[in-house]
Design a protein around this ligand. Structure first.
Ligand code: EPU
Length: 416
């Protein structure tokens, strides 16, 4: 059990580098399987989910290791197409190995993935797309068995721009005969990162970053190197922490465009924000204003992953904020815990109304999920007295050395 101990009241000041993106690293690690190659990845965060993805690769017969923030993978000697249930349960992204294995082996045996409990997280869009591409898929509610004598490119219309389904289709399409056109594709920066990695691997991918992605064949390269993009949700978390605690913080090695919707609301809340090519400087006196309506949307809309931390930043803001969560059905699990600090949050279905309060007071909390746990840290930095967050390891699934980063900015936080 991790115990995060923090004392509110310190301003955050200074500069910090933002880690590489978890949600870009994980599908790229799965993608390293699609053809035999030696991959070097740089700027990969050291996280439990990354360890899980590398464990899956090793189980399948690849060499895979992380040294610092570099990952080395040799996927030439793959010997297995089955992923054990225990490994599948370690994280959500394990489902992306379905497309990768199908592309490489024409067969994949896995089970439903784990990950944060954010309500129903079906994979119907993944499965129906892969079936249209020629895969036969048997699933019994827990095991999934896929095989394809031949994968064929086709035109697919996604009913929702699912990030995971778009990734799985891209990987499967790399081995399909002919052209695969994904209409209604996810447009997240992590999709562009995967597309860029696949291009370096020799795949023909165009249109990523738009809602139509076209994949047409692969001429595999034997060796490649790719630097993972920075983590826009970690950047958003640090910006939210500095906004409510008050301070003057420079986030380095970020792409402000990737979290501009979050910065937009922080500006509206009263922060002074200057964006440069790879830095964002945020100044705040800690006195924030409610921002009215915030709706989570697929990219380029406001990200669901930043919703809990923005909520936490605005708990003491003067006025009201009304959040509508449109991506996950149960992504307010942090709210009950935040109310224990004295917050005024009313939840009605997908809508959360936050009325700013004068004061938050530190208590003992339980981390509910990854971003919910991060939200409790943000709120604790803005509470009077001591907050203790008991965490079964959720926060470390997505944040590398978060305690050290915040301490370097002046926060009073310890991870026991
Ligand atoms: N959905 C379906 N059917 C499907 C696929 C998705 O109904 O076949 C629904 C989901 O139930 C959900 C919504 O569509 O309600 C969005 O799901 P999506 O597939 O887009 O999300 P994901 O691939 O499971 C990734 C990130 C999440 C992030 C979402 C949305 C990774 C490993 N995870 O999940 O990140 O919230 O996209 O942007 O990339 C996190 O990092 O904390 C996290 C949860």
């Amino acid at each position: 059990m991790d115990i995060w101990k923090l004392r509110g009241g310190s301003r955050l000041e200074g500069q910090c580098f933002v880690q590489g993106s978890k949600n870009a690293s994980l599908p790229i690690i799965a993608a390293s399987l699609i053809c035999p190659a030696e991959t070097e990845l740089n700027n990969v965060p050291r996280l439990r989910d990354v360890d899980s993805a590398l464990k899956i690769l090793r189980h399948l017969g690849c060499c895979a290791e992380q040294r610092g923030n570099d990952v080395y993978i040799n996927s030439t000697g793959i010997s297995e197409n089955k992923i054990p249930h225990a490994l599948m349960l370690e994280m959500r992204s394990s489902v992306i190995f379905m497309g990768a294995l199908l592309a490489r082996c024409g067969e994949a045996r896995l089970s439903l993935p784990g990950g944060c409990q954010l309500g129903k997280r079906p994979i119907d869009i993944h499965i129906s797309a892969l079936r249209k591409m020629g895969a036969e898929i048997d699933e019994d509610g827990s095991n999934i068995y896929c095989r394809a004598a031949k994968l064929r490119g086709c035109e697919l219309f996604l009913p929702f721009p699912s990030v995971g389904a778009t990734e799985n289709i891209m990987l499967t399409a790399s081995a399909a005969e002919g052209e695969t056109v994904i209409k209604g594709a996810a447009r997240e920066p992590e999709i562009e990162a995967l597309a860029e990695y696949m291009r370096r691997l020799g795949c023909n991918v165009i249109g990523d970053g738009t809602d139509t992605i076209i994949i047409s064949g692969t001429k595999p390269k034997a060796q490649l190197c790719y630097r993972v993009i920075s983590d826009r949700i970690v950047a958003a978390t640090l910006a939210c922490a500095a906004a409510c605690a008050g301070g003057d913080v420079e986030l380095r090695s970020v792409d402000a465009g990737h979290f501009s919707t979050v910065l937009h609301f922080l500006k509206q809340a009263g922060c002074d924000i200057i964006c440069d090519k790879h830095t964002v400087r945020l100044r705040s006196d800690g006195k924030l204003y409610g921002v009215g309506d915030v709706c989570t949307q697929p990219y380029p809309g406001f990200p669901t992953d930043a919703q809990p931390v923005l909520m936490a930043a605005l708990l003491k803001a003067q006025g009201r904020t009304i959040i509508t969560e449109n991506i996950f059905e149960n992504r307010y699990r942090q709210a009950e815990q935040l109310c224990r600090l004295g917050a005024d949050i009313q939840i009605d279905g997908r809508v959360a109304k936050i009325n700013g309060v004068e004061r938050l007071v530190g208590v003992r909390l339980e981390a509910t999920d990854l971003r919910g746990g991060a939200a409790m840290i943000v709120a604790g930095l803005n509470a009077d007295g001591d907050t203790e967050i008991f965490d079964e390891g959720h926060i470390k699934r997505g944040y590398e050395n978060l305690d050290q980063v915040l301490r370097s900015l002046g926060a009073d936080i310890k991870l026991l």
